[in-house]
Design a protein around this ligand. Structure first.
Ligand SMILES: Nc1ncnc2c1ncn2[C@@H]1O[C@H](COP(=O)(O)OP(=O)(O)O)[C@@H](O)[C@H]1O
Ligand SMILES: [Mg+2]
Length: 231
């Protein structure tokens, strides 16, 4: 299974002047295969978040196409695209978005609990993940009692709970201490070993183990690509 991006671009109208535009992503082509890992790194404003949101089907490109199997993102309706996302995609947004009235535990299972019948296995997976991240003591707390790093890890647990085929993580460890970052990256590595694709945006060339494709991005363009297989 592969997600293919073909000359993908995203142009925003400038929020201040209607006449000017921002080319946040400008003609990026890449393939994401299951069982692979990719790190894309670049400075703030280089287009990482915009690219991840398009690759995962949250927002559509203004030109170019993203293709998964026979599904062409730009030609696909919102409902069909969102059911594709539910089935195949995990997404860790750059900013934590937890539901404030639910406990940490309920947040981890929440996007999945209502449509999946295997609630018992979801709950047990959620417990295991929270333990692996040293967050078991936070399970019954509300998100606004968590530190920034703890909320990041809860978002991560939520995104990987159902072991998605494609995981997109937007600066997942940039707020975490080294030990917590290692816990997270170990979970990602296990997911990759089990056959998922891991796609990470980072402001620096994050080391994610061998066989990781490394892309540098600047002004919406790929400026350098090192294939993982050769290291
Ligand atoms: N909704 C938006 N409207 C207008 N410009 C945007 C919008 N979202 C992002 N941008 C601009 O697009 C560029 C890329 O942003 P982003 O993808 O968030 O970069 P990064 O994640 O690498 O920091 C930036 O110049 C940013 O200001
Ligand atoms: Mg970003």
């Amino acid at each position: 299974m592969t997600i293919k991006a073909q000359s993908v671009s995203k142009r925003y109208r400038s929020p201040v002047s209607k006449a000017s535009v921002i080319d946040a992503v400008a003609g990026i082509s890449l393939d994401i295969n299951v069982g692979s890992s990719t790190v894309i790194y670049g400075p703030t404003g280089s287009g990482k978040t915009t690219l991840l949101r398009m690759l995962s089907g949250i927002s559509k490109p203004t030109s170019g196409e993203i293709i998964f199997h026979t599904l062409h993102y730009t030609e696909t309706g919102d409902r069909k695209l969102s059911s594709f996302r539910e089935r195949y995609i995990g997404y860790v947004p750059q900013r934590s978005m937890l539901i404030k009235d639910l406990s940490v535990f309920e947040n981890v299972i929440s996007p999945n609990a209502f449509r999946q019948r295997h609630i018992r296995s979801l709950k047990s997976a959620a417990r295991t993940l929270l333990e692996r991240l040293n967050l078991e003591d936070t399970a019954q707390r509300k998100p606004d009692t968590l530190s920034g790093g703890e909320s990041r890890m809860v978002m991560i647990a939520r995104a990987i709970l159902t072991r998605p085929a494609f995981l997109f993580a937007d600066e997942p460890v940039s707020e975490l201490d080294d030990d917590s970052a290692k816990l997270v990256l170990d979970l990602f590595s296990e997911l990759k070993r089990d056959g998922s694709a891991i796609f990470i945006a980072s402001h620096e060339p994050l080391a994610f183990g061998g066989n990781t494709d490394l892309y540098a991005i600047k002004n919406g363009r790929i400026t350098e690509h090192t294939r993982g297989g050769h290291r």
